[in-house]
Design a protein around this ligand. Sequence first.
Ligand SMILES: C[S@@+](CC[C@H](N)C(=O)[O-])C[C@H]1O[C@@H](n2cnc3c(N)ncnc32)[C@H](O)[C@@H]1O
Length: 273
Amino acid sequence: MSENESRFSRLPKPQGNTRPPELLDDRRIDVKSQRNEDAFGQMLWDHHQGKRSVEIVEREDGWVGVAGGPTAYFKSYDDWRPHEQEAVKHARGRVLDVGCGPGRHAIHQQDQGLDVFGIDVSPLAIRTARARGLRNARLFQVTQVSSKLGRFDTIIMMGNNFGLFANLKRARWLLRRFHGMTGPDARIIAESADPYTTTKECHLDYQKANRKRGKFSLQMTIRIRYEQLIGPWFEYLKVSQDEMESILVGTGWRISKFIPDTGDIYCGIMEKV
Ligand SMILES: C[S@@+](CC[C@H](N)C(=O)[O-])C[C@H]1O[C@@H](n2cnc3c(N)ncnc32)[C@H](O)[C@@H]1O
């Protein structure tokens, strides 16, 4: 027994609830917030089963908002935004869809005759993608991908999935890894959203605080909530076109083209230097 343990064991045992009610409430919230559930995947699976819902995002600063899912993640090619339709035309050969979700891009490309491999960290996203017809979908973290998966000609990161690069260090490490597992004419097709179009004070404050901490303006820590389920906190990055270009420096990739949308969203097409 350590000195501290013996000191605590000599303290009288608390009688009843000694914590003030407000602390008890906080503790209940804390216990819940530790849950690491597949909230995103459950939302997708339920949508696939016909149950309608919205995608709730919670940010570390307490901001809560509604994102585009799940409906957006089930849209077929004809209903995609023009920049998405244009971007996926750059895919060829063997395709890796990173964070494929229910597989709208992967399934479209599979239908075009491409050899597509979809990965996602969410078990229920993978289940949904398979149920919708994606033949090759596996449970994988983006950080687990390696040349063991074979050689790819295209890596797609749609649905703002440039965000899965998370931060500068991880982005450069992953981009170098992608370099090693792709052919000489390979492409990365990645979507992001320019953080600097917002005028909302709550977002501007968060961006300012991030820059103060040495982060990108929209290097977010967020989690997904669905009904009573709470997903794990994770980092998600949104960058301007200039920031995207600066991240690629020294990774062996360069921007060959930006495909803008009418709003803040755009796709970057990357090729090897
Ligand atoms: C915004 S959704 C986009 C889904 C799909 N690409 C689309 O556009 O419809 C992001 C997806 O990335 C997955 N994801 C999140 N973090 C991941 C990680 N670290 N590795 C692999 N997939 C991840 C999520 O589970 C989710 O399915």
